[in-house]
Design a protein around this ligand. Structure first.
Ligand SMILES: [Zn+2]
Length: 150
């Protein structure tokens, strides 16, 4: 079976699918996993999540996009400075659930379409590199400001 002779994903309600299939594309196998994101804004903060099941490729795409975004948007608050590294670590820990799945195949029991492209690795994304530099820059800034008090 190929992706081209499948009905559209939208034509069959998710609950009717017989096996755990990817929420994004309908392919199998898929693992139930939730990736999280965090956004800090001074005293406010926002907790984001994308719930599976995900196939390998859609899962990796979701993991990389959410983690890279969290690395940039996560740091900007008091509690967020602690929550962001925890969120990233949780995602890294859950990554294996989708990374170790077999290559996505069209779902034999329901509709599916080609999976998302997983995209570049986390450390090949400028956003993630900038994001990792942010806490270091903030700490250096604090040290500089504190040393002005002499
Ligand atoms: Zn998928």
């Amino acid at each position: 079976m190929s992706y081209s002779d499948q009905p559209s994903v939208a034509q069959v309600p998710y609950a009717q699918l017989a096996v755990a299939s990817c929420r994004m594309c309908g392919s199998v196998p898929a693992a139930p996993v939730t990736f999280r994101g965090h956004r800090g804004l001074f005293v406010m903060m926002q907790f984001l999540s994308e719930q599976g099941p995900f196939c390998r490729d859609c899962g990796m795409a979701t993991f990389r996009a959410m983690t890279a975004r969290t690395l940039v948007q996560g740091w900007w608050g008091y509690g967020s400075f602690i929550i962001t590294p925890i969120t990233v670590l949780i995602n890294l820990f859950k990554r294996g659930k989708v990374a170790n799945l077999a290559q996505p195949q069209p779902n034999p029991y329901g509709p599916s379409r080609p999976p998302m492209h997983p995209g570049p690795r986390l450390l090949q994304r400028p956003m993630a590199i900038i994001g990792l530099a942010i806490p270091i820059a903030l700490v250096l800034l604090l040290i500089t400001v504190a040393s002005l008090d002499s």
